[in-house]
Design a binder for this molecule. Structure first.
Ligand SMILES: Cc1cc2nc3c(=O)[nH]c(=O)nc-3n(C[C@H](O)[C@H](O)[C@H](O)COP(=O)(O)OP(=O)(O)OC[C@H]3O[C@@H](n4cnc5c(N)ncnc54)[C@H](O)[C@@H]3O)c2cc1C
Ligand code: FES
Length: 371
């Protein structure tokens, strides 16, 4: 969900709006072992540099077990300070891509990636004066790392506070880098670690983040008032739900809170209706993309993206589960039913944005503009 959508008149946004999905063949420069189950993959920037915004992600596309697999990984590098592009990947139990990368990828390998995408970003200006209060859990630190480095570099009047939850001390990704950033940019980055299992000599916080703990944490970080404060979160679903509830209890309005989900939520979910949401009728869809117009019928149990891909239409996508917004388009007419709405904010939904990977047309006049 964006904490500052690209605005009309933004050059980069307009360039993106008129070009198709760009694929790159990137060379792995280095693999950095961050913790026992997390690595960073550093890619060499190609000669014509790939531009991106802090908070966006790359989609890695790899043949695994004879099948093309795509997964989104947030860039942890900063376009403002880092020469290379980097993502960090944490192993997921029995996960296909995360374990393959950790076990197989090495320096010198080449990886196909889709251009940087994602709305968990903002405009960075030297004139901004704001306080970013960030909640990260585990691998959810990756976009935050890029946002922190970029904010500190480009916004001399802004500050960041990071509340970072981990299982134990050895699971903290980027601990040294964060320690260093705190001392280098004294006073502008404040990091508070919370551990599930703290060692005996641990001076920091431990246990579940609850109302009392949050009250104590908020006493330790600067209070710049609601106007100048933005809340960001990225981490396991349970942590994010907990933080949302705690922020709501402190009367922090929803439009001030932005989140990036790595995995589809299961908490509070109604079981999916069968068959898929569009009823029993196929409907026609028109897609406007990259100066082209595509018209096709979508069967009731298929999504718009699945149908387009079956027809060989190269549309942008990554997670295929309604989280990352890589497949986002705007419905100019007709009605589209989404199986999953988590990736879109209430205002994006109100503006007519839809996600083709979880979208089904429910009328025959659906026109979607992508880009
Ligand atoms: C916008 C976006 C940005 C992302 N950025 C990062 C990142 O910076 N670093 C990173 O490590 N991952 C990131 N992810 C998650 C990543 O895309 C993959 O989903 C993850 O690596 C698991 O893929 P896999 O193939 O190993 O597991 P799969 O084979 O896809 O999944 C195996 C099982 O694990 C579950 N699962 C999948 N992901 C998770 C998870 N994160 N936690 C717990 N259970 C899970 C699945 O539901 C499934 O049951 C991001 C996801 C999105 C949508
Ligand atoms: S591909 Fe990620 S939201 Fe559709």
């Amino acid at each position: 969900m964006a904490f500052g959508l690209f605005r009309k008149g933004d050059k980069k946004a307009e360039e993106q709006a008129h070009s198709g999905p760009h694929y790159y063949d990137l060379k792995v420069k280095q693999i950095v072992r961050e913790t026992r189950d997390a690595i960073s993959i550093v890619f060499e920037q190609p000669e014509k540099k790939i531009s991106y915004k802090a908070g966006q992600f790359l989609t890695l596309i790899l043949p695994i077990n004879g099948k093309e697999v795509r997964r989104a990984y947030s860039l942890c590098s900063s376009p403002a300070v880092d020469d290379d592009l980097a993502v960090s990947v944490k192993r997921v139990d029995k996960g296909l891509m995360s374990n393959w990368l950790a076990d197989n990828l090495k320096a010198g390998d080449r990886v196909k990636v889709l251009e940087p995408m994602g709305q968990f970003t903002t405009e960075y200006h030297s004139g901004n004066k704001r306080h970013l209060v960030m909640f990260a859990g585990g691998s959810g630190i990756t976009p935050m790392m890029s946002i922190i480095k970029t904010t500190l570099a480009l916004e001399p009047n802004s500050i960041c506070s990071l509340i970072y939850c981990n299982r134990d001390i050895d699971s903290i990704i980027f601990k040294e880098q964060l320690d260093k950033l705190q001392t280098v940019d004294q006073g502008r980055l404040h990091v508070i670690h919370i551990l599930d299992n703290a060692p005996m000599n641990w001076q920091g916080y431990s246990g579940l983040l609850n109302h009392d703990m949050l009250t104590r944490l908020f006493e330790r970080i600067p209070d710049w008032g609601l106007d100048k404060t933005t809340y960001l979160m990225c981490g396991p679903e349970g942590m994010m739900k907990n933080v949302e509830t705690l922020l709501a209890a402190r009367n922090i309005p929803e439009p001030k809170i932005f989140k990036e989900s790595f995995v589809q939520g299961t908490i509070d979910k109604q079981p999916k209706k069968e068959p898929a949401a569009s009823g029993n009728t196929a409907h026609e869809v028109k897609i406007l993309y990259d100066g082209q117009e595509y018209k096709f019928q979508v069967e009731p149990n298929r999504t718009i993206l699945e149908t387009a891909l079956d027809l060989g239409i190269d549309l942008p996508y990554s997670c295929q589960s309604g989280l990352c917004t890589a497949c986002r388009g705007k419905a100019l007419s007709g009605k589209v039913k989404l199986d999953e709405e988590e990736g879109l904010s209430a205002s994006e939904r109100a503006e007519g944005y839809v996600l083709t990977c979880v979208g089904h047309p429910v009328t025959d006049d659906v026109v979607i503009e992508i880009g």
